[in-house]
Design a protein around this ligand. Sequence first.
Ligand code: SF4
Length: 240
Amino acid sequence: MNPCNSLELPASLERLEALATPKGAARLLRWACERFSPRIILTSSFQTQSLPLLHLVSRLCPQLPVLFIDTGFHFEETLAFRDRVAAALGLNLVVVRPAMEHRQFIARYGEDVPYRDPDLCCRLNKVEPMQRALVGVEAWIAGVRRDQTSYRRHLRVVACHAGSVVRIHPMLNWTAAEVEAYRRRYALPAHPLYALGYRSIGCKPCTRPSLVANPRAGRWDGRREECGLHLALEEVEEER
Ligand code: SF4
């Protein structure tokens, strides 16, 4: 059964929209875990801004698989931070890897492929591993926020991914200031590169420090906003 077609939503989409805030996120997360476990996952890139959602997961549904896509291009600091946070919060960390081993990938496509052909690089190292990880999954929680990119600005709190997986976005209406306030309130750590001006951190070749108003400007040198992972979302119709 396709979960996008058979969902009985607990409230109107407008009410779900209202839950993707610092006040409502816990309720939304609890609903998602109760409704879809064990066929539900969360993805995280383990950045400073990931901490509020990971903290909520640790308190409300610690068994939830937290997927990290290890592209082979991450900063060593990210991998160390991931392991430290996962251990401290007791997360059920699941590392997802591309089909082709990193050294083999570099030998075949060249070290400059992230600059030469980022679409190919992201597809093989991020999108395809994620597609494999979604087999058998009904719901996918992601920490995207409207204030991050122009594409994310138009997302819904509950959406349908690729026609068959329900996407849930508990952070969608949070502002950067609210994320930071939550992090400070619970004394949650920051990614070690955050203090060096890195505000949005992905793979090493495609991330620069960014102290400008748009933190995502530090990704792909401002040439792209999305890697493709969060694309292919459609709205779920109410009460279908
Ligand atoms: S973000 Fe850059 S290095 Fe990472 S998969 Fe995409 S193109 Fe490759």
